[in-house]
Design a protein around this ligand. Structure first.
Ligand code: HXC
Ligand code: NAP
Length: 295
């Protein structure tokens, strides 16, 4: 097993934490939950599908032996978020961590979207994140708890992206939320940070963004400088570090974990390596030198 596939922090690193993860019943949320539990945290998860949550909680309990609580909650609805928070406190005690991970997304030309489709994605991503941040933030300020929030965005929060425009709008808002509250609520001892992942295979994302037929035409690892997609454990390592007190001086920050993907997409000459094999460089160099002598 390679190092990035292993847990990074010492056992017990999150022993004093009770962390809720929105959308913790599947994908990256589930992987983060498993690692937080393994490090000694209590974990509360929510999502809309109760059956999915129930079996995720059971799996987490069996794998880690930790304390897990689940409750159905649509993060678009503030009252449901409040109820989820209250029920988690009743089950697990005071909460000091929140991961805004729940998201909605699908690939589509924007002109094909109804306004309801646009709302649906933005409401899960942005409204869901500010609903939770507000509900948990007010609770932490009232109870004088020094809480930590981690928002899961993605790199097109700052580049934008065609064909996932509602998600790009929502994630850009969540990044603004991260930076703004990172400053405003620091005085209460509340930390707010974000992670911007590149591609990490999950059924939720892959079914909606890279349908199988389409995948046959696209080689995702070849678009990533390190030549591979992300491993869930390396994201869980970063998330656990940002939720832990080891990262106490990181505030209002977004940390990218994408194998260099967005830099490659943004760099003017990033495509050159795909076009010119190493053995051609003597020829190319000679061509350039010949021309530049004439000028
Ligand atoms: C066009 C679509 C559509 C599609 C749904 N709609 N799918 N329009 N193309 N493929 C439209 C519907 O017709 C409807 O509009 C409106 O969107 C709402 O649809 P519902 O099914 O009623 O919405 P809802 O049940 O709230 O489901 C939300 C969802 C769904 C976003 C549409 O996909 C979902 O539940 N997603 C949750 C999980 C998820 O998306 N995970 C992936 C995250 S990946 P009308 O007008 O007909 O009423 C991610 C990665 C980012 O974020 C970066 C990767 C590198
Ligand atoms: P996922 O498995 O589909 O996770 C999304 C979770 O959010 C699901 O458990 C879903 O559960 C929940 N959810 C959706 N709408 C909700 C709502 N209204 N209320 C409460 N919960 C809701 O996809 P994932 O890939 O793990 O994504 C996790 C996070 O990583 C997202 O923020 C995503 O944008 C981000 N991300 C992923 C990738 C990637 O490559 N996978 C890359 C960059 C960023 P229900 O359907 O049961 O509600």
């Amino acid at each position: 097993m390679k190092n990035h596939e292993k847990g990074m922090l010492a056992p017990g690193s999150l022993a004093d934490k009770t962390i809720v993860i929105t959308g913790g019943g599947s994908g990256l949320g589930l992987s983060m939950a498993a690692y937080f539990l393994a490090l000694g945290a209590n974990v509360g998860i929510c999502g809309r599908n109760e059956e999915k949550l129930k079996s995720a909680a059971q799996e987490l309990q069996e794998r880690t032996g930790g304390r897990v609580f689940y409750h159905p909650c649509d993060v678009r609805n503030y009252d449901e978020v409040e109820r989820f928070r209250e029920k988690t406190i009743a089950a697990l005690g005071p909460i000091n961590g929140l991961v805004n991970n729940a998201a909605g997304n699908f690939l589509s030309p924007t002109e094909r979207l109804s306004h309801r489709a646009f709302d649906s994605v933005v409401d899960i991503v942005l409204k869901g994140s500010y609903n939770s941040s507000l509900s948990f933030g007010k609770y932490w300020i009232d109870e004088k708890i020094e809480g930590t929030t981690l928002n899961i965005v993605t790199t097109y929060a700052w580049t934008g992206s065609a064909y996932v425009v509602p998600s790009a709008c929502g994630k850009a808002g969540v990044l603004a939320l991260t930076r703004s509250l990172g400053v405003e609520w620091a005085k209460y001892g509340i930390r707010t940070n974000a992670i911007a992942p590149g591609p990490f295979p999950t059924p939720g994302a892959w079914d909606r963004l890279f349908p199988q037929e389409f995948m046959q035409q696209v080689d995702i690892p070849s678009k990533i400088p390190v030549g591979r997609v992300g491993h869930h454990q390396e994201l869980a390592n970063l998330a656990a570090y940002l939720m832990s007190d080891f990262s106490a001086y990181i505030q209002g920050e977004v940390i990218t974990i994408d194998g260099g993907e967005w830099m490659k997409n943004g760099g003017e000459f990033s495509w050159v390596g795909d076009l010119i094999p190493p053995e051609m460089w003597d020829v190319v160099e000679a061509m350039i030198r010949r021309k530049s002598r004439k000028n």
